[in-house]
Write a protein that binds this ligand. Sequence first.
Ligand code: B12
Length: 149
Amino acid sequence: MALTAIILLCFAALLPFPGLGERDHSGELKTFPVKVIVINDRSEKISYSTTVTEGWTMFGALNELQDSNSSFKFTSTNDKHYGIFLESVNGLPGSKKDNTYWQLLSQKPGGDITPLEVGMGCYQPQEYENLILEFTKYHPKRDLFHHDL
Ligand code: B12
C-alpha cells in the first residue's frame, strides 16, 4: 500500500503541468497605476487615475475605473471579429451617421502619443501609461482602406 502511494506520488511529480508553479501562477502579479485621459467633443480633457493588475486588458482597466469612480462611465459593443469596441464615454456615443468614434491612444512615460493598433479587449496597459480616449471624426472613404490616425 505504502509502495503504491510512493509510486503514485513520483508519477504525479513527473506529470507535465507547464506554467503551474512558475511566476505567472504564483499569485504574485504586480499592480500599478495608469491614467485614463478623456478628450470629449468640446476638446475638454478630464484625467482619471486607476490601478491595474499586470496582464489585465484595457477593458479591465476601464471597468476598474468605472467601478471606483462614479464620474467615469463607458459602454462597449462586441464585434464578432475584432472583439470589444468602445461605444460611448461619459454618455457621449460615437456615431456612424456623424462619422465619429472614440479613438484609443497611448502615451508611455517619456514617449509620444500613439494610436493603439488593436482594440481595448486585446491591449494590455503598462506601468504609468496614459490611456487616452479621444472623441474623433473620421473620413469615411479614406478610413475604409486604412487608418489615418
Ligand atoms: C473603417 C474602420 C474603422 C472605422 C469603423 C466605422 C465605420 N462606420 O466604418 C473606425 C474609424 C470607427 C475604426 C475605429 C477603430 N479601429 Co478600425 N478599421 C476600419 C477598417 C479600415 C475597415 C472596417 C470595415 O469597414 N470593414 C468592412 C465592413 C463591411 O465589415 P464590418 O465587420 O461590418 O466592419 C466593422 C468592424 O470592422 C468595426 N471596427 C472597425 N475597427 C474596429 C476596431 C475594433 C477594435 C473593433 C472591435 C471593431 C472595429 O467597424 C466596422 C463597421 O461597423 C479596418 C481594416 C480593414 N481594412 O478591414 C480597421 C480595423 C478593423 N480597425 C482597427 C483598429 C485597431 C481600430 C481602433 C482600435 C483604432 C484606435 N486606435 O482607436 C478603433 C476602434 C476604437 C474603439 N472605439 O474601440 C484594426 C483592428 C486590429 C485588431 N486586431 O484589433 C483594423 C484591422 C485596422 C488595422 N489593421 O490596424 N475603424
